[in-house]
Ligand binder design. Sequence first.
Ligand code: PRX
Length: 635
Amino acid sequence: MDLRINSFDDYKRVYEYSVAEPENFWAGVADTFTWKKKWDKVLEWNFVEPNVQWFKGAKLNITENCLDRHLEKDGDKTALIWEPNDVEEHYRKFTYKELHFKVCQFANVLKNNGAKKGDRICIYMPMVPELAIAVLACARIGAIHSVVFGGFSAQSIADRINDAECSLVITADGGFRGPKDIPLKSIIDDAIVQCKSVQKIIVLTRTRTPVSMIKGRDVWWEDEIRKVETQGNPLCEAEPMDSEDPLFILYTSGSTGKPKGVVHTCGGYMVYTGYTFRTVFNYEPGEVHFCTADIGWITGHSYIVYGPLSQGATSLMFEGVPTYPDAGRFWDIVDKFKVNILYTAPTAIRSLMSFGEEPLKGKDLSSLKKLGSVGEPINEEAWHWYDENIGKGKCPIVDTWWQTENSGIMISPIAGVTPTKPGYATLPLPGIQPCLVDEQGNELSGNDVSGNLCIKFPWPGVIRTTYGDHERCRTTYFATYPNMYFTGDGCLRDEDGYYRITGRVDDVINVSGHRIGTAEVENAINMHADVIESAVVGYPHDIKGQGIYAYVILGTSGHDHELTRKDILQTVARIIGAIAKPDKIQFVSGLPKTRSGKIMRRILRKIAEGETSRLGDTSTLLDPNVVEEIKNGAF
Ligand code: PRX
């Protein structure tokens, strides 16, 4: 079976085959990768426990696929381009040979510092090439990386380190992000006082921020590299991994308070990210791919590091933010490196759109061939702006829907192949079997229906477990509807069978494409000494997609509300990180609760959305007056 997709008919043919013979389909895809030993069985699964195993019995190392296998033919090809935050600083480029060398070197540093297969390593770094190198070096020796986004607080890091019992932390003295310097090592120091498992901290020099180093525990990246250089052998054999050995843990928010560690495994993750990268973007050799995500999120893992590198692509990573030093920065980068594929988030598009066309003047964007969107629904206005002003009407836009738990893109157009429709993620990729179900779990057949989005059949990138708590994985994803993976998203399928994601149906909000659990934010707000209770909901936000709206009950009277508001914001930043700071805080004297004490979030959501005239039935409330008060005080 020819699995190449060059036309919409090809897509239909391959899709049908992938549903009729999923194991043969995925075996065919997996055959395009390098294995130390091939599998005994393609798939074994049930969604009850759940227990999903792909390419059972196979041995591999993902870094051999991302690095070694390209050396002979493409060793001198650029693997990674890095654009620094500061326009005055010079960019860096690494060929596949150079990246291979650097990864081996740092893998040896990890070994020298006691790291071995199966150990968990926390990475808290700025967006510098050494972050990609650290990630790959962990994979090289079979250690399980847990990358924590540089915007999370000391408390969040400590929770993640403790949950995974990490023995080693890799960080930097600091990081540059737009006009700000983030004191990463000092944040790690604050975190680590709560973490007994950490034996070693490796610190990269980036900002030259003064840091304190603890003898015997903290070592400098550069010193350790020098040691390796004197040791002779610069290479590091890639550890043979079982297909189902964990590759990494990545924490993500759910509807309960504590973030969960999503676990992905070596074989399935490699096959899924490599396949989706080359398929969705219709990747052609020589193209420069610029994914604007941070490696601290799944998009960066899959479409800056593993996906592009396993396909021998040139991947561009950018240290800074889209608006620094001005709102033309992305376009400068596209022009400077002749970027062919741009993969970004609707929130970035909306933010840049608000600056008008001025920042685009004089920027040559003619190298662009394909555009991508990810992380949240893209509104039609942003879609058209992206299409007209960036793609100049000639670049297909792929609106890619997927989640941390999926490894890679699930529902999306294939660039240049699938006819697109603004606001629609369109059709499932080969191998993906979505379905819509009603509240009772009945599958909705036919088109022109909406319901909760589920996936009926495993794909190689499906979440295997939540670290240290398999039951949580089962109850969160596999127990709501029997024998299906439940995404937590609402979705409609239109008359053409095209899918449109309508947003989360649980208590998760999507702020600038980042998932935040309302319970997490409430827990953080409630840590403030003056707060008795709080309720957090999402509301539509012009740039961020969704903003965070907090209703807060204070304990004693006579507060300076302005001061308390600032204090609460600081508390949330300290407990979770600045990304979780509420956009609006409304002080209230009570919350709408049912007689059994449950907060009626539906009402709070409506008020936050400004839809105060359509609150629905409030008769079951313990105290309906509270709603009037909240309505009157709303923003
Ligand atoms: O609600 C969906 C939304 O983002 C959620 C997944 O978030 P996360 O795990 O952080 O991964 C983000 C990057 C893959 C989903 O449940 N989402 C993601 N992509 C889209 C989207 N919503 C609409 N359209 C999309 N293209």
